[in-house]
Structure formats: C-alpha cells, structure tokens
Design a protein around this ligand. Structure first.
Ligand code: ATP
Length: 920
C-alpha cells in the first residue's frame, strides 16, 4: 500500500488509517492542522450526511401499530367481531370492529406521541464537540463533524467519530464498547504497522463511541456516522432507554388481575345464560365482550403518554430525562447529593486574593495591581505561572467583549493576569510547554513542563532562567505535601514548620471565606522529558483565592427540599472550610456541623460510614470514588439517592445512584451517558423542580389507575349484580344482561380512553412539596387509595344498578339506557372529584385543568349523542326524557358530592391532628 503524501492518491481503505503517518492522513483527507474551511465542511456534510448512527432506538410507526393490534385484548375483540360475523350478527361485528379500530387509533396516537417525545429528547442529548475550523476552535454539534475535521478530545469525552490522532498527551481510552477490553488503552500518534492488526492494537486511532478516561488529544475524523467501526455493529447503540418503570410493571400486574376478574365475570355470564337456556353462541360473544369491557384497555397507553408528557414538562424546567423510569423515581427521592461548583454556585470564578510570602494582596486594589505588575515580583510570578500552567483561553468576541474558553477556575487566573497587564498568549508562545500532566479530580492539581525561560517572560524573572521548569497549580494541601521550599521575599528558603503553619493558616483563612484556593509552585527539572518528576520537591510561590458566589435561587430550593422531606447533601472536591462556608450560606448545614473529609472517609469501615451519612450534610476534599461509597451507604439506609456528577470518574456513582444527574453545560459526555437526568442549566434548583414534577406525575398516574379501576369495579358490580334480585326471586329475567357489549365498550372508550388522557395533565396539587416523599416500596394503593377506589367503585356500581333495578321494577323500558347514562355521568363526576386527594374542587379551581374540562365536555356531548342521535339504535339505547336524564345526571353527581364530603372530613381530621401536635 502506498503511503505517499500526494493528495490525489486514492483514499486509504478505512482499516489502514492507523498505518499512515499523521501528515499523510491529513493530506489524504484534504485537510491540515488548521482544519477544514466552513464551506468545505458544509459541502462534505451535504455529501456524506450527518455524523450519526441510524437510529434504531425508537419504534417505527408500523411497529407501534402492529403492537397495538396484536395486544391480547384487541385480539380478543377481533375474535369477537369475527365470531359475530360468522353468526350473521353483522351489526355487532361491524360495531365491535369499529371500536377495535378506534382503540387502536387512540392507542397508536398516544404511543406515537410518546415515542416522538422520547426521540426529541434523544436528539437533544447530542453532545457538542470542540473542532478546529479555519484555524479557530469552534464548538459544534457532534452530528456536524465531517471527514477531515480536527476534533479535540479530553478526559470524559466520548469519541464522536473514528479519528486518527494527530496530537496526544497522556491519552487513555476505554474501548470496551468495541473490543470488550475494560482496561483503558494508552494512545499515541505513532503509526502502527500492519493493515489488519486488531482494533485494540491500533494505538494511533480513537474510535467512535469509546471513552477518553485520561489526558487530551486532537484527532482528525477519518470516518463519521455509519462508516465508523461502531456503525458497523450499530446494534450496540444505546439511546434513551425506555425500559418499563416500576409503576408500569406494577400496572401490568393490575391489568392481569383485572383480566382475571374479567374472565370470571365472563364465565359467570355464560353459566347464567346456559342455566336460562340461552343459545351458546350468543353467550360466548356476550361473555368475551363483557370480559374485555372490564379491562381498562387504555391503561398502558395512558401511562406511557403520561410519563412522556412528564418528561416534556421536566424539560421545560431544564431537566432532560434520559431514562423514562427516572420520571417516576424522581418523585421518591429522599436525599440529593450535589456537587458544589456550578451546581450550588454560579461557576463564575473570580480570582480576588493573592497570598504570597510577602502577605495578602486583594487583587482589585491599586497597590496590589502595582505589586503584581512589577516584573520579577513574586506576585507577578504567581500569576504568570497561573497563565502558563493553564488550558483555558481568552478571546475578543464578536461584540468586542473578552470571552473565556475552558474551565472557569483556569480562566479566572487568565483574567486576573490580564487585568494585571500580562499578555497571556505572548507568554505562552515565548515558553511553549513541552510536556504536561493534565488536571484530574483525584490528584487535584495540574503541571506543565517548559524549556529554559531565558528571560523571555519578564513576569517570571524571579524564577531560574536557564534550566527546564515544571509549573504546578492545584489544591494547597496536596502541594504542601510535595513542596520542600517556599519562594520568600528574599529568595528560596526551606519550607519549615513555621512556613507550613503560615501557608496552612493563609489557606484556611481564604477557604473559610468560601473561596476556592489554588496553590502555585514550580521546580527545576534536569530535562524537558522529566515530566514524571514534575510534582515532587516543589517550590511554593503563593496561593490564589477564587470566589464563586452561591446561586441566588439555590437557598430557596434547599428550603423547599427540607419542607419536602428531602435532605440536601454537598459533596465537593474543595477544601472543607470552603465547603462549610458555602453550605452554611445556602442552608445546607449549620456553621458548627461536621464536615467529613475524603481522608476520614477513606479510613471508615462500611458500618462507620453508615452511621456518619445519617446526618452529615457536607463532604469535602472527596474524590469521585468516594461518591460511590456515599451512595452505597445512603442506599443501605433505605434512602432513594439523587447524585450529581460531571467528570468521567463520577460515572460509576451516577449509575449506582437511584437518579444519576449529569451537568448539561460542564459535564463530560461519559457522565451524561451514565446519568438518568441531565440538567441543561447545571443548577441544583432544577433537580428540585424535577423532583416536584416527578411527584406530580406519580400522583397523576395513581389517580388515573384508581379512576379506571373504580369505574370498572362499578361495571363489574352492575354486570354481576343485575341478575341477583331476579335469581333470588326465582324469575326467568335472570338471563337479561344489564349492559350490552357495545355499550360497555363505548363507556370504556369514553372514560379510560378520553378522560384518562386528560388526567396526566393535572397540574401540581397544592402542598406537593410540603409532604414527605413516597416510599418506593409502598405499592400502588398506599395512603388509602385502595380503600377509596373500592368505595368509589362500589358507589358507582350501586347507583347505576339501583337506578336500573328501580326503573325495571316500575316498568320503565328505558332502564338499560338509564344504567348506561348513570355510569357515564358518575365517571365524569368522579374525574372532577378526584382531581385532588385533599383539596376541594372549588379550591383547586374547576377550570385549572382546561384539557380535562374540555374532554369532560366532549364526553358529555358524545354521551348525549349516544342517546339522541341515530347512534342510539347502533348502541341499542333509547332516548331518555328530561326527567330520566335528570335522574341519571343527579345520581352521577352523588359521586362528586360523596368525594367532596370525604375530602372535607379528611381535611378536618388532619387540621385537628396538626393543631393537637402544635399544642403538644
Ligand atoms: P465540586 O464538587 O465543588 O464541583 P469538584 O469536586 O469538581 O468540585 P475539583 O474541580 O475536583 O472539585 O477541584 C478540587 C480541587 O482541585 C480544588 O479545590 C482546587 O484546589 C483544585 N483544582 C480545581 N481546578 C483546578 C485546575 N484547573 N487546576 C489545578 N487545580 C485545580
């Protein structure tokens, strides 16, 4: 194979990119280290299509339809329709067929909408990447990458396409998704011989879908989208998962139980008919339809729809749901463990204080400005080290303002130096870095290696000029352990106990003011390759105090959490005193509360930790691995834990937590993939808002299930209860059924289908965040819901059966229409009466759920149409006169009155309980 760098050489086959030197690769792809121009990128994007895998995650429409019409219940109905046809009952056959189609359409529309909502969420989760175009770094969606684009990779990135590495620093990539190898593989830019070496050995390549675990790199895209290695095995693709939620599984059980009941009712009807000498064929048809009518067909679709609507509502509040079960689990969260930086604070870092051997300088004061601007001063040197040992960037934006690129901690240092008059870029070009050890949250520091300064940077005149230097910045406690000297006013002196104490005190004082503190240090190196020794035997230059104000809205969110029985816990890599200062300011902890440090945590046994997590609200100087232990300990206590995380090492804790929460802005791709929820604004308050939505959705789902089950219970009572009085009286009327199959199916369509849908849209009940979380193990019917469902069902059944029996006895021929109408109105009123579990319909606002009001209006209109239009002959109904209709509506309203009375009594009882508790 040719490796000549000519541009007109045929492109190398995909497998061979790893064998080519990087210059060749760039040539062959028609690109350079400046990347592609925007026009060429657009042309390639149009030609090759977006960089994405064909979406196999979502269900196509035909599949949803297929699943709808092959659901057991629908199959039974289709069977019933065919049976009617065979028996020559064309009207029934047609009608049941029509209902099948209606249910199928309803189910299809609901599920299709839910699928589309999930697909939209999935599209939103597309990560953005830093590419180089026309020599400038630009942030673009990963889907816009094309062959020949240069893309930056760093710890936590998921590699967005197959790339040949053109720059790599300490790069390690976990390729388990492709090779099954779970240990990260070290990568470099060197070509690897042999076109067909296995993927795992192609060290110069990084493949789409694998995860960068350490270091940083720049790669040129050699294959995007379906042309990637991952694209070839696209079955591995995991999008937003849509496994059934715990509640959905529980509802399946309810469905099965109801199906069982339906079967019993059906058999009962057949038995009674046979006893009465009816024709078996008729009976079978009636029985099948009755059984189906007892089952709430709308249930699965309504549940899916409600969850998807819930996910959309959460999105409006900036929480992106990646896994649907999270919508429900969020409602039962008992502890929210949150990072500090960016989530509780604004991540608007400003370096305000410089503490050097000569004392403390407050950076916005004139004397300080002079001190740090003076070439050769320790202050100037400390700031210059902060600029050189730094991956951030400053740029003049299109509006003429200074824009920052990169980690806010780093850009705070650049801005401080900029204000002091230091030209960051010039310094960086004057002394380019020859090696580096990137920052990570475990070491909590970063270092860069540079050749001899040779006087190129006046601000660093105080440092040695003719040997290679390592420049280091990081957490002060860590640096103290690695420093042997300190750069005092009159030169470098040994870091004795006195100095150590002084530095520690300065560090503590800054941290106690809520500041993030970075130490800056350097050391002389024997050569520019000696990067391994960069962080030993350091000379401490000074400390920089960086303020990051708490987010204004978080204080209220913390208070909301407490009222809602949720404990907020801060977990941070920062100093314990910084952590405590911020936690106290936000109301997460009291000033004298214990702060548990990572070091203490490390020494604790599982039992000790279990005892500590009961009331510790602040964990400081922790590493990502500690988060996993904290989650475990909380879960052992029975807590339902939401845990935030942003870096690659947070992924295990995010996976382990009941709700893993990743940061949309600052989070790494890996953390987002591991999370259930992504906060689009990185804000703690958003978690609390999502919890509230979770509670509302859970309430609404339970409300719907109770509604559907109570209605069907009413129908069972009517169907089973009807013949009893006649049987007892020895009358042959026993064989008459109370309601015809078509009538039952119609009722189900109105209630479970239409009214059920609108219940998912019920707004939050007042006080939803002033009660404790529900226990996930509490089951569906807890809190008296089972009892309420039973009595409401019994009431609906008794009223409908009662009106029918009385009408029948007095010889009213429209008795069946009255049973039918009473059942329908009872459920409309039930829907209104159960809008809140405690508050009256009046205080909730009768019109506050407009969709429900509109649908209830529609149901009433359809119900009247069933009685007074030609539909009535189709359904076998009679037009009721005004008095009869009035009786049915009045009886239906009894359900609302009863529900309101029970709620009023409950309110009284709980108010009395609260008053008694207050007196005690
Ligand atoms: P939080 O949990 O509050 O979001 P974190 O766990 O992300 O914080 P890290 O970013 O890991 O905290 O920072 C921990 C410590 O590491 C800081 O206190 C600081 O001293 C040091 N540090 C942070 N960023 C850098 C950086 N870019 N370079 C060097 N040291 C840093």
């Amino acid at each position: 194979m040719s490796t000549s760098p000519t541009t007109d050489a045929p492109p190398a086959p995909a497998e061979a990119w790893h064998t080519l030197p990087t210059d060749d690769v760039l040539d062959r792809l028609g690109t350079s280290t400046d990347g592609l121009g925007p026009d060429e990128a657009a042309r390639r994007l149009a030609a090759d299509g977006p960089n994405e895998l064909t979406d196999r995650g979502s269900k196509p429409a035909w599949r949803i339809l297929y699943e709808q019409v092959t659901a057991v219940m629908v199959l039974i109905l289709i069977g019933a329709s065919l049976l009617s046809l065979a028996l020559g009952k064309f009207l029934e056959a047609g009608a049941i067929g029509a209902i099948v189609v209606l249910f199928a359409i309803l189910g299809f529309v609901q599920e299709h909408r839910a699928e589309q909502a999930i697909a939209a969420l999935r599209r939103m989760a597309v990560p953005s990447v830093r590419a180089v175009r026309d020599g400038r770094q630009v942030e673009i969606a990963a889907t816009e990458l094309v062959r020949g684009d240069l893309v930056a990779l760093e710890a936590g990135s998921v590699v967005p396409a197959d790339v040949r590495l053109v720059e790599a620093v300490d790069l390690a990539v976990q390729e388990a998704a492709l090779t099954g190898e779970s240990e990260p593989v070290e990568k470099s830019t060197a070509p690897v011989e042999g076109a067909d070496v296995p993927l795992g050995d192609r060290r110069g390549m990084a493949y789409s879908g694998t995860q960068v675990t350490a270091g940083r790199a720049v790669g040129v895209v050699v294959a995007p989208g379906m042309a990637t290695e991952l694209g070839r095995i696209a079955d591995l693709l995991q999008g937003v998962e849509s496994e059934p939620t715990p509640l959905q599984s529980r509802l399946d059980t309810v469905g099965t139980q109801l199906a069982g009941i339906g079967l019993v009712v059906a058999l009962r009807v057949v038995a009674m008919g046979v006893a009465g000498g009816e024709e078996l064929a008729d009976l079978v048809l009636t029985a099948i339809s009755v059984a189906v009518a007892v089952i709430p067909e709308g249930l699965p679709a309504v549940v899916t729809f409600t969850l998807a609507i819930g996910a959309q509502r959460m999105l409006r509040r900036e929480a992106l749901i990646r896994k649907l079960p999270a919508v429900e689990t969020l409602g039962s969260v008992t502890v929210i463990c949150s990072d500090k930086t960016g989530t509780l604070t604004e991540n608007r870092m400003t370096a305000t204080v410089l503490d050097i051997a000569g004392g403390r300088l407050v950076l916005d004061q004139v004397e300080a400005a002079e001190a740090v601007a003076a070439p050769g001063s320790p202050g100037a040197a400390a700031l210059a080290v902060g600029v050189l040992c730094n991956d951030g960037d400053l740029r003049v934006g299109s509006t003429g303002d200074l824009e920052t690129i990169g980690d806010p901690t780093e850009t705070a240092l650049l801005l401080a130096a900029h204000r002091a008059g230091g030209g960051g870029d010039a310094r960086r070009t004057a002394v380019p870095r020859t090696a580096e050890r990137p920052f990570d949250s475990d070491r909590k520091r970063m270092s860069t290696v540079h050749g001899p300064l040779g006087g190129a940077v006046p601000a660093l005149a105080a440092l040695p000029q003719d040997v290679p230097l390592a420049l280091v910045k990081g957490a002060v406690d860590g640096l103290l352990g690695r420093a042997a000297h300190v750069h005092a006013e009159d030169g470098v002196v040994a870091l004795d106990d006195g100095w150590r104490q002084r530095v520690t005190q300065a560090n503590d004082a800054l941290a106690a003011d809520g500041m993030r503190v970075l130490g800056v240090a350097y050391r002389e190196l024997p050569s520019t390759d000696a990067v391994a020794d960069a962080e030993e035997d350091l000379v401490l230059l000074g400390l920089v105090g960086i303020i990051d104000p708490p987010r204004a809205e978080v204080r209220d969110a913390v208070a909301t959490c407490r009222a809602a029985g949720i404990r907020p816990v801060m977990i941070t890599g920062d100093h314990p005193l910084t952590a405590r200062a911020i936690a106290t300011e936000l109301g997460i902890a009291e000033a004298d509360d214990r702060v548990v440090t990572g070091v203490e945590l490390e020494r604790m046994t599982a039992e000790e930790l279990d005892a500590v997590v009961v009331d510790a609200s602040v964990f400081a100087r922790v590493s990502p691995e500690h988060k996993l232990r904290i989650v475990d300990a909380l879960q052992r206590r029975g807590d339902v834990v939401a845990m935030t995380g942003d870096c690659v090492n947070d992924a295990p804790a995010l996976k382990r937590a009941d709700i893993g929460v990743a940061m949309g802005i600052t989070g790494t791709d890996v953390s987002k993939e591991a999370a259930d929820v992504v906060l689009r604004d990185d804000n703690f308050s958003t978690i609390v808002a999502a919890v509230e939505e979770g509670r509302v959705i859970y309430d609404n789902l339970r409300r719907f299930v109770s509604f559907a089950v109570a209605g069907n219970l009413g129908k069972i009572i009517v169907m089973l209860g009807w013949p009893l009085p006649f049987l007892l009286g020895g009358s042959s009327e026993a064989t008459t059924v109370a309601l015809l199959p078509l009538q039952l199916l119609w009722l189900n369509l109105m209630t479970d289908g239409l009214l059920g849908l609108s219940m998912g849209m019920e707004p939050a009940e007042p006080g939803v965040m002033r009660r404790g979380p529900h226990a996930p193990s509490a089951g569906l019917w807890h809190g008296g819901l089972g009892l309420r469902t039973a009595w409401v069902g019994a009431l609906i059944g008794a009223l409908s059966l009662g009106v029918g029996l009385v009408a029948y006895v007095v010889g009213n021929e429209s008795w069946q229409s009255m049973v039918f109408t009473t059942l329908a109105f009872a459920q409309v009123f039930q829907a209104l009466g159960t809008r809140s579990t405690t508050a009256s319909l009046w205080s909730v606002g009768p019109l506050s759920n407009r969709v429900l009001v509109a649908i209830a209006g529609l149901v009433v209109a359809l119900q009247l149409a069933a009685l007074y239009t030609p539909l009535s002959s189709f359904l076998g109904l009679d037009a009721l006169d005004a008095a009869e209709l009035g009786i049915c509506v009045g009886l239906g309203a009894v359900v609302l009155v009863a529900l309101e009375c029970v709620k009023a009594v409950r309110r009284r009882v709980s108010a009395r309980g609260a008053a008694a508790a207050a007196r005690r």
